[in-house]
Design a protein around this ligand. Structure first.
Ligand code: NDP
Length: 401
């Protein structure tokens, strides 16, 4: 019997709940808790369709409030909390896990609300406390971060003696037929993309202008797409955990229409994250913008095309140089048919469920705070194939990078 609490009933939370309910032999009791209980109730009803199996309940919780979280954890007594609320809540949920003696998993690293800045230092500072408490915290278990780190660990285990160059490539070749929309929480998404670019080279971080470096890359079954160098959080842990890496970069595709809207949003001040006075009321422009943009959860129905996310790696094995490209392609329509959500939520939620499953099975259980690449990648890779995210490899091909 395994009890879990899922925090967050948004796009990603919806997928996690569906996939947990499909694996009810592992997830026997699921409590869906979020700020708006009505969303948890609707989700519980939707996953009720899997019939026999998991016992599902719901609760309202403010995940910014440690005391509320502790009370919920103590009354439900889960083995693990899967946090797919927003990155702002990571630390309060980790604090509550320590206080109530519960294990932890998330998909995005902590960000303070008033600073568009993310790094692992805040969460790595919990290492000793989790270790002493005998609790496991699994960080960044979505697709990227998440599967990107597991693909790298798999490549290091089976295909290379030393990894030298790592390029994580993330293409969304889908079309949702809206002039402008973000694929996950718009506030978090716009904060991520509008910050300066950064990559790792020869032991140092190199900063670039926002979306300054770009080139066309060819994605399997999709073709060439303009790809932009961004900073992405898994680079920070991967260069620590694979110290032979000489250069690590992250690339994401954007269409011209998306970039034009983004530029206008920034130029007119709508991406601001500080409070402004509006008719005597304090509002944060990017939060107001979120309220008028399409809800990412509603994009699924008319979304066509697919995502393609993977790792392009160059390194050595037995003294010879090799290249290796490992990737997953995920169809927006297939994801929608299964869970009611598009592929960006699907590719995040499925790995979060797999990470929790491996923890509950005792396979990924290790007291302390860990990034996904620190665990054995093999059982995770096997589950990706079974749970809807099959992967493919190209050995010694042209990486274009
Ligand atoms: P949504 O905005 O769709 O959902 C967030 C959910 O969290 C909502 O249900 C929201 O409640 C709830 N929530 C927000 N604040 C609180 C709070 N204080 N207390 C309780 N619940 C709260 O976001 P997504 O589902 O798109 O994203 C979820 C997470 O996944 C984010 O952290 C995002 O960064 C991460 N992510 C990771 C990816 C990866 O590959 N690693 C890719 C995409 C996303 P309400 O409904 O009331 O607003």
């Amino acid at each position: 019997m395994s009890k879990v609490i899922l925090i967050g009933a948004g796009g990603v939370g919806t997928v996690v709940a569906h996939k947990m309910a499909q694996n009810a032999e592992v997830f026997t009791d699921i409590l869906i808790a979020s700020r708006t209980k009505a969303k948890c109730d609707a989700l519980a009803e939707a996953i009720g369709k899997y019939g026999k199996g998991a016992r599902i309940s719901t609760a309202q919780v403010d995940a910014d409030n440690v005391a509320e979280l502790v009370a919920l954890f103590r009354s439900y007594q889960p083995e693990i909390v899967v946090n797919v609320a927003l990155p702002y809540q990571d630390l309060t949920i980790m604090d509550a896990c320590l206080e109530a003696g519960v294990n932890y998993l998330d998909t995005a690293n902590y960000e303070p609300k008033d600073e568009a800045h993310f790094e692992y230092s805040w969460q790595w500072a919990y290492r000793e406390r989790f270790e002493k408490a005998g609790l496991t915290a699994i960080l960044g278990c979505g697709f990227d971060p998440g599967v990107s780190g597991i693909f790298t660990a798999y490549a290091a285990k089976h295909h290379f003696d030393e990894i030298h160059y790592l390029d994580i490539v993330d293409c969304n070749a889908g079309n949702h037929h809206k002039a402008f929309a973000t694929n996950f929480n718009p506030e978090i998404n716009i904060r991520e993309i509008t910050q300066k670019g950064r990559y790792y080279e020869d032991g140092k971080w190199v900063e670039t202008g926002s979306l300054e470096i770009h080139k066309p890359l060819t994605y399997p079954n999709i073709g060439p797409r303009e790809s932009y160098l961004l900073y992405h959080e898994e680079l920070e842990s991967l260069v620590v955990n694979f110290p032979t890496i000489k250069r690590a970069r992250f690339w994401m595709t954007f269409g011209q229409e998306y970039l034009t809207h983004l530029r206008v949003i920034q130029n007119i001040g709508m991406a601001r994250i500080d409070e402004i006075d509006y008719n005597g009321q304090k509002i944060v422009p990017i939060q107001f913008l979120k309220a008028v943009l399409p809800n990412p959860q509603d994009l699924g129905e008319n979304y066509e095309g697919e995502t393609s996310i993977g790792c392009r790696i160059r390194g050595t094995k037995d003294g010879k140089e090799h290249t290796y490209y490992i990737y997953n392609n995920c169809s927006h329509q297939a994801a929608y048919q299964e869970t009611g959500m598009q592929a960006v939520s699907y590719t995040t939620g499925v790995p979060a469920m797999i990470g929790a499953m491996l923890f509950l099975q005792g396979i990924w259980k290790q007291p302390g705070v860990h990034n996904v690449e620190e665990f054995d990648p093999d059982p995770f890779m096997e589950q990706l194939n079974r749970q809807g995210l099959p992967w493919h490899e190209i050995k010694d091909g042209d990486l274009e990078l």
